[in-house]
Design a protein around this ligand. Sequence first.
Ligand SMILES: Cc1cc2nc3c(=O)[nH]c(=O)nc-3n(C[C@H](O)[C@H](O)[C@H](O)COP(=O)(O)O)c2cc1C
Length: 287
Amino acid sequence: MEYKDLIARMKSVRNYKKDALSSEIIQKLRDYLSQSKRLIKDIEIEAMLKNRDEVYDKLKNIAGYNDTMLDAPHYLIFLSEESDHYIENTGYAAEDVRLKAYELGVGSCWITVNDGELIKERLSIKSDKKLTALISLGFDDNKNKVIYENVSEYNPSKADVSIVEDNVSERLRISDVVYMKKWGENADPDEVANLGLLEAFFYARLAPSTKNRQPWRFIYDDGTVILALRKDQNVNEYEEKIDTGIVMLYYELIVDNTLFNMDWKFGKTGKEYEIPSDYHIVAYCMS
Ligand SMILES: Cc1cc2nc3c(=O)[nH]c(=O)nc-3n(C[C@H](O)[C@H](O)[C@H](O)COP(=O)(O)O)c2cc1C
């Protein structure tokens, strides 16, 4: 896949044409489900594609921001074995499938999961695995709306937005999300370029996140990149972990593509970096 191009262009699609996807596209998506990238290879994941009539009415008031279910011709559902970092692993794998769908001309949007067991019950899914992703799929009708209330004080320009008629998913700058050696020491993009990491951070910051709150920060410290995530009051643990898996995918895709094959390690390097109390270090990698 031409990941840079796909990442740069992909947006969440919330309004879909009624047309179903062709059987050819469905087959290509199904084929990709088992090959999609994984963060942790030995966690068992099951992915299924379902049609609107199997899903929409059943989940109408129980999934999505403020329980607002998105109406789409198809849905992608992920179930995962419960294990360390299994939610991040689904964020990583399912976002890779969203990029594949986009390559095939298919729009999609994450639909937040408030109660996975209830969703399984409503859809009569009998499985010991946890429901870890619900994603709408279909052709974009190009009438996008952002339907969330963005209450993040970190993005004041969008603080009062509840419904907008266009999809305005801006992103923070590299210098806002990348720090050099110390928390709050904003990176100079020229310095990041000299390290060969400009593209990796440029694309990583395009990662979608719950309510577009862009909760990730990176610290570059002598060849190590540390990933920290912000905990927000209006965001649940599930959402935070999916956001984490997605940004790990975006960063890794670009490093693999432009520099060398890398792997994230969950946990801390041992150094604390005096990060503020609403953030915590989740992972690190060598760069
Ligand atoms: C874990 C997660 C849950 C999300 N849940 C919803 C949702 O329930 N409804 C919705 O309209 N968008 C949802 N989104 C989409 C985000 O709002 C969107 O990705 C973000 O605002 C950035 O916009 P973009 O994807 O168009 O760049 C979710 C995104 C993530 C990562």
